[in-house]
Design a protein around this ligand. Sequence first.
Ligand code: NAD
Length: 282
Amino acid sequence: SAEVIYGKQLAEDLRQEMKEEVSDLHHRGIRPKLVVVIIGEDPASMSYVKGKQRASEKVGMDSDLIELSEDTSEKELLDLISRLNKDESVHGILVQLPVPDHISDQKIIEAIDPRKDVDGFHPENVGKMLTGQDTFFPCTPYGILVMLNRVNITLEGKHVVIVGRSNLVGKPVGQLLLNENATVTHCHSRTKDLQSHTKKADILIVAAGKPSLITGEDIKEGAVVIDVGVNRVDGKLTGDVDFESAKEVASHITPVPKGVGPMTITMLLHNTIKAAKRIHNQ
Ligand code: NAD
């Protein structure tokens, strides 16, 4: 039966290290600060941003939550971002997506100063990632990379198959692993014979948002399985992988919850500390 990779435990270890780093920065007069902006009252988004804020405070970082009403105009939001861009006490700016339909996600993403873009969604940062330069990497893909590194899984030459090609998860995780010299295949909703691809994976990353899309039969013996999916089924959180059947075939597997999720927030904290250090030339 597979070794279970608990992202939650790794995340706690990393946050302990970050706490020391933040305290060290405080002694040098630098106070890393994250500002999270949320528009509207979607309960899932609200719980995500509360989690992000709580985690920032736990590592000793300053954080502000700005809650705007559903009817905030695009101009008001852009003006707020412009003020945060100029505010020297702010190092990381995160606007919780999706924003309401009358506001353009893309305009918001592009308005954030790339040096404060701790989500790593600004086209300048996406381009830097694509060309293998140091920058802010999107948090979920980056969390997956760090998790694989921390459990000593070699990436070079490995065949990584990714189910999903979103801008948020699928595409960037493929890019990051390609940068580590993996051989990467992307599958998506139009892929024919999904199993023929997933069965070849040394490392299978599933980010489709479809409960139990992948079962033990879709996995090669000894593969590493990373389940990114977060689905609510009968009030319970589950991933995209049928954990019980998959763990009999895989060598390593991440659970849902307590797998990828906690790593995502941890990398947001990492990016904010990085932003603060860069802005202060450290
Ligand atoms: P998305 O809906 O934007 O993208 C889903 C992708 O999966 C698409 O590229 C689509 O082509 C592909 N897909 C859908 N059905 C498929 C099928 N039957 N066969 C093959 N491919 C299929 O979603 P997203 O934003 O990339 O998120 C994916 C999942 O990851 C969701 O469950 C989301 O909640 C979760 N998620 C988790 C975290 C975390 O921190 N744990 C972060 C972001 C997203």
